[in-house]
Write a protein that binds this ligand. Structure first.
Ligand SMILES: [Zn+2]
Length: 342
């Protein structure tokens, strides 16, 4: 008997309670069917002796994302699925439409908090996310910006309004961490790496131990003079203290320079390679890191290059076990509540 069938039987018998992820998977036939379709595509890629990637962080913009082009990239690059979080769509209905049109490829993800719908009115935004989670049809929550410096393309476009601060310990942060605990669904966090911001994050992780948090952009440091504490040892200590904390690997390539500071912002690398000390953390805790592209429409054409970097510079240099965990199995566990079992 499979573990989840066993748990369901026990729950029916009143022996054990089910976490939300398990109960969704078992009681919602539509959800169960989606999971089986995704499993089939992952297995098909494995059967060709390729490493599937489940892209855990990507932003969909209806009318701007070229879906046909992305489907082609996914087939060419062995991307099993993309967790596409829609931006500019408070209902996140477009995420469900995408999944219905291309069931194997896309994972319904709640709204991406990368537009003013999030930072102008977090309470309204989170009320919409709650409804989405209550429907049982969403598997991830999108990226939420609490501290965000303008991205390179926003800097080039002079878009200084994308310099965002939302207090992570305030109502917006509390509401988001609570939703994750309540529904057992992971959310993505955009939070720049600065000494003065770390205590607030640690407070939230302490206060919401069951929240599933994916801190995006591992080791992307845009102003090095503001960050003296963060590094492999600090990340390792966070992992050891906070069981719900994960990190994604959506990082710029080794030579990337962040214009406003002039800093090489991708500190995972040295001399064009994954640093040994970072590699040791990934190998010690391979269940805490996730492959991700940070796709958004302005960089669509670079998707193959971004995935190529992630494979060559990170996944290919890890052990077999770590590579499979990070490429798709951890995302699978977070979104289904089950360990990947083939
Ligand atoms: Zn981000």
């Amino acid at each position: 008997m499979r573990r989840r069938d066993f748990l369901q039987l026990m729950a029916l018998a009143g022996v054990v309670g089910l976490t939300p992820a398990f109960s969704f998977a078992n009681t919602n036939p539509e959800r169960h069917q989606m999971i089986e379709v995704w499993r089939g595509r992952i297995k098909a890629i494995l059967a060709r002796d390729r490493l599937p990637i489940l892209d855990a962080q990507a932003t969909y913009v209806a009318g701007k994302t070229n879906v046909e082009r992305m489907l082609g990239y996914m087939d060419d690059l062995n991307i099993a699925q993309i967790a596409f979080a829609p931006a500019y769509d408070l209902t996140a209905g477009s995420a469900l439409e995408l999944q219905r049109s291309h069931p194997e490829y896309f994972i319904p993800t709640t709204n991406s908090g990368e537009w003013n719908g999030w930072w102008d009115d977090p309470a309204r935004f989170l009320a919409a996310v709650r409804q989405q989670l209550q429907s049982g049809q969403y598997f991830f929550m999108g990226e939420h910006e609490f501290r965000h410096y303008p991205s390179p393309e926003q800097v080039r476009a002079g878009r200084s309004e994308r310099d965002i601060t939302v207090d992570i310990t305030g109502p917006a942060g509390q509401g988001l961490f609570q939703l994750s605990e309540e529904f057992g669904v992971a959310f993505q966090l955009h939070y720049e790496i600065e000494d003065r911001l770390l205590p607030a994050l640690e407070t939230m992780l302490t206060n919401y131990p069951k929240a599933k948090v994916i801190w995006c952009h591992l080791a992307m440091i845009r102003y090095p003079e503001r960050s003296s504490r963060y590094g492999p040892a600090y990340v390792r200590s966070l992992i050891e203290r906070f069981p719900g904390l994960h990190f994604d690997l959506a990082v710029p390539p080794p030579a990337s320079v962040y214009g406003p500071s002039g800093a090489r912002d991708s500190t995972l690398y040295a001399n064009g390679r994954l640093r040994d000390d970072w590699k040791a953390v990934l190998e010690a805790h391979p269940d805490r890191f996730l492959a991700a592209s940070d796709y958004r429409p302005p960089i669509e054409g670079a998707y193959p290059k971004i995935i190529g970097h992630q494979r060559e510079l990170i996944l290919d240099v890890l052990s077999e076990r770590s590579r499979h965990s990070i490429a798709y199995q951890n995302a699978w566990r977070l979104m289904t509540g089950e360990v990947w079992a083939g």
